[in-house]
Design a protein around this ligand. Structure first.
Ligand code: PDD
Length: 281
């Protein structure tokens, strides 16, 4: 498999990461996960735009224009042909002797690879269970930073509980999932946390906001509480890899009738149409 590492395409086995890469030592970096369907990149532009915002958010100057990153990504997909998969792209502040302030001379270090990742068909059909956990992350969750330890710990709680996702709760309000955004549905109204510093503004979330309006539903971008979620008719977890997955249970309580609902099904169909339009999958 070909990967892209510091400006060169090379076999994955030949990559070795320096011990003093600031990503490795300080989690001083940002990343993106872009979906590939049918060997075609999906929603690429908003992912690259968000990468630009993440970089600016951590004062990381990207030496590669977005078009160049898009071109490299397309070449990787062409070389590896993952079918349905992802491209993982990570940029760190580079390699320098360990010291907290930004290094004077380090070049940002870039890593990009593809991976097969099948469609989450079963979850999308049947729905998933979730738990709620305390949101103990920093206050700049809008940056797609590689510092993911609180997210990892939350996801491990979900894994231990035998459920799909851990839903973060801050000050009694649901922010997002450990690697996803969360929506709830009341009648024809779909509600989700506003895109501020407390959540990552998911690309799938942004697509759903469009599709909610397109399908004639009402959109409310306001936080909701745990009792609010438990009382919802339907709930959804969204991400690049989860797509539009129904949540049918939270903390052991059934959501609505405990199976995927009408609004979720309509949004799934609209999302599927968007995938087909953009990638032919
Ligand atoms: N995670 N919120 C968080 C904290 C996330 O990590 C993600 C994505 C999302 C959804 O964003 P998007 O729709 O752009 O994928 C929301 C990626 C997939 C990951 O870390 O694997």
């Amino acid at each position: 498999m070909q990967v892209f590492y510091n400006g060169r395409f090379m076999p994955a086995e030949q990559v070795s990461i320096d011990m003093e890469d600031r990503g490795y030592q300080f989690a001083d970096g940002i990343y993106e996960v872009v979906r590939v369907y049918n060997n075609r990149l999906f929603h690429l532009k908003p992912h690259l735009e968000r990468l630009g915002r993440s970089a600016a958010g951590v004062e990381l100057e990207l030496p590669w224009p977005q078009e160049e990153l898009a071109d490299v990504m397309a070449q990787l997909v062409k070389a590896n042909r993952p079918g349905d998969g992802i491209v993982y792209l990570q940029i760190t502040r580079g390699v320098a002797p360990r010291n907290h302030p930004f290094p004077a001379r380090a070049e940002p270090a870039i890593t990009m690879y593809t991976k097969e990742f099948p469609r989450p068909t079963r979850n999308v059909e049947q729905g998933v269970a979730c738990i709620t956990v305390d949101d103990d992350r920093w206050l700049r969750c809008n940056i797609k930073s590689i510092s993911l330890l609180p997210n990892v710990l939350a996801k491990q709680k979900a894994a231990r509980a035998g459920v799909y996702e851990a839903i973060f709760v801050r000050d009694g309000r649901i922010t997002e999932g450990s690697s996803s955004n969360i929506f709830c549905v009341y009648g024809d109204t779909v509600q989700t946390h506003p895109a501020n510093n407390l959540i990552l503004n998911g690309i799938t979330r942004q697509a759903l906001l469009r599709l909610i309006k397109q399908e004639g539903f009402r959109l409310v971008e306001e936080p909701f509480s745990v009792p609010g979620l438990l009382a919802a008719d339907e709930a959804i977890v969204s991400s690049t890899t989860s797509e539009v997955t129904p949540i049918v249970q939270v903390d052991g309580h059934a959501i609505g009738e405990g199976r995927p609902g009408r609004v979720t099904r309509a949004l799934q169909a609209a999302f599927e149409a968007e995938i087909r339009r953009e990638t032919g999958a």
